[in-house]
Ligand binder design. Structure first.
Ligand SMILES: [Zn+2]
Length: 118
């Protein structure tokens, strides 16, 4: 039963620890060198999207658009308005800031923004 040897230690029942040098009893097979019955190491390579991609999470940039439903709707109304681009971006920034401090855009805030669109 050669191919039933422990996948962690390769069948010799011992694994090197991270400090190098000394080795300890394999935690997977407890030193008997045989593959454990419990599926401790499933084929991780086969399960897709289980890999971590630290780069995608690192340094999340500040959003350049509103993220809430009300905010996005409001920003679209701003963009569809006939205001100048600088006023539009100022209002969109206001929406984002309001979102940031209040968590969402209230009706009062939406009205305040909409008033400026006319
Ligand atoms: Zn082992």
């Amino acid at each position: 039963m050669e191919n039933e040897s422990c996948r962690m230690c390769g069948g010799d029942g011992r694994v090197s620890n991270s400090f190098g040098g000394s080795s300890k009893t394999c935690p997977s097979c407890h030193g008997n060198g045989r593959r454990s019955i419990e599926p401790l190491f499933r084929d991780v390579t086969k399960t897709k999207s289980s890999h971590h991609h630290p780069s995608t999470k690192a340094a999340a940039p500040k959003p350049d658009a509103p993220t809430t439903f009300e905010g996005i709707k409001l920003a679209n109304e701003v963009k569809a308005s006939g205001l100048s681009d600088s006023v539009k971006s100022k209002l969109v920034r206001e929406i984002m800031e309001y979102e940031g401090s209040h968590g969402r855009c209230t009706d009062t805030f939406s009205k305040k923004i909409r008033k400026q669109l006319r």
